[in-house]
Write a new protein. Structure first.
Length: 381
């Protein structure tokens, strides 16, 4: 066996070695990484390797399977590895700081990687990141009644638990005052059509209000996101003092479990099927639907309780009901009524069914219990 083959075999053994963390990307946890930073000593996925290429003074990458590896570089990798390097560069990651996963958007991964290795924000001997009580700056916000993005001043007052935004730079009164208790933030880059697109939602008069914002700087928009998360964690600690911090962290912010177009009929199931954009919020157990994906308010929402409470989901349509353009049906049963949907494909149907079943089979969270007394399966329109 030649040197090339022997070294490649050693690298593959390192990838599979138990207790090294090498079987998943060191930065986003994607399975089976095929690339490595031979300057840092970590194994990473293809997507994260593209970010690492942007700062060659700190990180240099090679393909595990395609590139040549000499003996000294393989030896360096064997003395480092993902868990050892993470222990160094992730020694003090604040609980509120969002650690991206494989499915997250590029800006989250890029800023996480830069924060770790370029700015070295989380090293044991570095300066700790503490949640600031205040943050102020400008974001581009999409208008409620049109598609135009306008520059707006946002002010976060974490100690007061409020986020405000102003339509005028020196405006005396805010356009909106948002309670951190009701706030969620999720990156929705594809839906918004911007690589830094962030969706902020909150409750307003019984509805869910959506704000779509972005900033030209990836660091700035991710810093805003983590500042909102810090404020949310501060609220959760006060709201649920009996719960340990690790149980609160998953409740800080959340992504939608599933989004996409379906068609729905009305409460009598005789109304015409209409195309709507749906978003499933698993944490709040709500199915929200809109006429368009970037609408400021939902047309309606369905609260999804548990199976024990009489909530069920079935594949296909009720007998005697036919869809409009789409035929792959789903029926969601609540104690008050049944909701009937059709999906554009069988694949979408199966993904929605799996998502609904995940929600219905899961236990109610502390946040559910906080609001469940006033919730029921319902539709606004």
């Amino acid at each position: 066996m030649g040197d090339r083959e022997r070294n490649k075999k050693r690298l593959l053994e390192l990838l599979r070695a138990a207790g090294t963390g090498n079987a998943h990307c060191a930065d986003c946890s994607a399975a089976d990484p095929d690339w490595a930073s031979y300057k840092l000593g970590i194994f990473i996925c293809l997507n994260c390797s593209g970010v690492h290429r942007n700062f060659p003074d700190i990180s240099k990458v090679k393909s595990v399977r395609l590139d040549f590896w000499d003996d000294s570089t393989v030896e360096f990798m064997s003395h480092n590895g993902n868990l050892r390097v993470k222990a160094k560069y992730e020694a003090k990651v604040p609980a509120f700081y969002y650690i991206p996963q494989a499915s997250d958007c590029l800006v989250l991964k890029e800023q996480w990687i830069r924060a770790k290795y370029e700015r070295q924000e989380f090293m044991a001997d570095g300066k700790s990141i503490s949640p600031s009580g205040n943050r102020e700056g400008f974001l581009w916000k999409r208008g409620k009644d049109n598609a135009q993005f306008l520059r707006r001043r946002f002010v976060l007052l974490a100690r007061e638990g409020l986020l405000k935004y102003y339509t005028k730079e020196e405006g005396k009164g805010p356009k909106a005052v948002i309670n951190i208790k009701d706030l969620n933030a999720t990156f929705q880059t594809e839906k918004i059509g911007n690589p830094h697109g962030l969706q902020i939602t909150y409750r307003r008069e019984g509805h869910i209000r959506n704000l779509f914002v972005y900033h030209e700087s990836g660091k700035e928009i991710v810093d805003w996101f983590n500042a909102l998360r810090a404020a949310r964690l501060q609220y959760l600690k006060m709201a649920f003092p009996e719960l340990p911090e690790p149980e609160l962290v998953p409740l800080i912010t959340r992504n939608y479990l599933k989004q996409g177009f379906m068609e729905k009929t009305g409460p009598k199931q005789r109304e015409p099927f209409k195309k709507r954009w749906f978003a499933l919020d698993a944490q709040e157990r709500r199915l929200l639907y809109y006429k368009h994906p970037l609408d400021a308010f939902e047309l309606g929402q369905v609260f999804l309780g548990s199976k024990e409470q009489g909530y069920e989901v079935y594949e296909d349509l009720p007998k005697g009901i036919r869809g409009n353009r789409w035929k792959a049906g789903i029926t969601v049963v609540t104690p008050e009524r049944r909701f009937v949907f059709t999906c554009p494909s069988e694949r979408e149907q199966q993904e929605w069914l799996e998502s609904f079943r995940d929600v219905l089979s899961g236990p109610l969270t502390p946040l559910n219990l906080l609001t469940a007394s006033t919730e029921s399966g319902h539709s606004s329109r």
